[in-house]
Design a protein around this ligand. Sequence first.
Ligand SMILES: [Zn+2]
Ligand SMILES: [Zn+2]
Ligand SMILES: [Zn+2]
Length: 273
Amino acid sequence: MNLTYLGTAAAEGIPGIFCACDTCREATRRGGKDLRTRSQAIVDDTLLIDLPPDSYFHMLRDGVSLPDIEHMLLTHTHSDHFLASELYYRRPGFCDTRATLTIYGNDTLKRNADALVEKTGTTYEKSKLACVELTEFVPHDVAGYTVVPLLARHARDEKCFIYLIGRDGKWLLYGNDTGIFPDATWDYLHGRKLDLVSLDCTCGKRAEGTNHMGVPDLITMRQRLADAGCLHEHTQLVATHFSHNGGLLHADLEALLNPHGYEVAYDGMRVEI
Ligand SMILES: [Zn+2]
Ligand SMILES: [Zn+2]
Ligand SMILES: [Zn+2]
């Protein structure tokens, strides 16, 4: 398997849309790895994770063939991870839609998708769209991958997911918008060896522990993962989903995270698992 990071920023992007802070100014000046779009990733160029506002840009910049994507996992319905209105353009008259797109996520996603389909006067069939509600901790076969939604510690009014994805004996854990995992997720993970762990690092040097994480939380997470028996000699740890409010540029993040075994994701980074 491989995982490609298409976007690696939190909700506003880096530089943040409309933001004049020093971090955003300097990110613009430096360019390269300091320019971050809203978080999205893809497994083996097949299994897309999240639908942020920059999805269309990722189609142009990274060659993601959105017309051919058939499976999309959604972590939760905040608009930086699920811009529902984009699905409106799958309707007849707007789109020569050929492949059926199945979206997978929590109960809130299912309700929002049903409402969107109804509001726009179409049907799932006409839009070649399907929505599958997943249950936390219940494995689901998605295009030959075993996908297990685990609970994040994030929004209080929604059951936010992180995804455990397996194929051919390899396992990756993709999280964003999560604090230190809730107990039920630790219970599920206990003793399961992971080959790639990708975690939220929204808050820069600041620890948060709930909702999002910062560098001190990631150091704690590495120890917790080790204590739970999830790490092996070659487990890759990656930090992603950065906010300009964290005040750290790519080189700053590397200086803080590399010594603790984390790689710092950037837009376009591909990890082989
Ligand atoms: Zn987010
Ligand atoms: Zn800013
Ligand atoms: Zn969120």
